[in-house]
Design a protein around this ligand. Sequence first.
Ligand code: 3NM
Length: 206
Amino acid sequence: MGSQNVEEHDPLVVLEEALRGGITLFQFREKGENALTGEDKLNFAKACQALCKKYHLPFIINDDVNLAIALDADGVHVGQDDASANTVREKIGLNKILGVSTHSLTEVTAAINAGADYVGIGPVFATTSKPDANSPAGTTLIEQTAATYPSLPIVGIGGITIDNCQTVIRAGADGVSLISAIATHNEPFVATRQLLHVLQQVAKIT
Ligand code: 3NM
């Protein structure tokens, strides 16, 4: 999430409610129209990192490798249009988390070879949070990736809600990554608790 993803709420309040509600990792994604830049972005990132530290959860940064290094973030997430995963791994070293967004089995294999700790696969469903997202791809690549690389952690992304998140886990994902289902909910704490509850139910039976 970034400050551009919330509607009337304070983004730091949304983040703290999500942390209290039970998210397991936060990816700082200050990107796109209305995103903060420069000093404002830096200060907002520091405030998000401090909240994640308070709840003892990983704080990783989307795309901005230099910011991740400057803040000693727990990791970096890159897409296919960002810096190459190989370069990022070299810059951040082996002790940080590296996530890579992928859209084909070839990209998944390349991400593994670059030292990715997990892959993001999406958009599973239609999303309004990323204007340049590909068209919805469903769960096919998640199924193929889970079958080909059983020990590789996979997160599904894109249009995931309380109503469809179980489908993503059943397809073979280990987790879900989402923005609007929490950030634009009236009560982000309640949204997170409900998502967690539904995800725990499916985890028990898969
Ligand atoms: N990446 P929401 S879809 C940041 O497909 C992002 O790689 C995507 O937001 C991808 O949960 C997406 O609101 C947006 O749909 C996710």
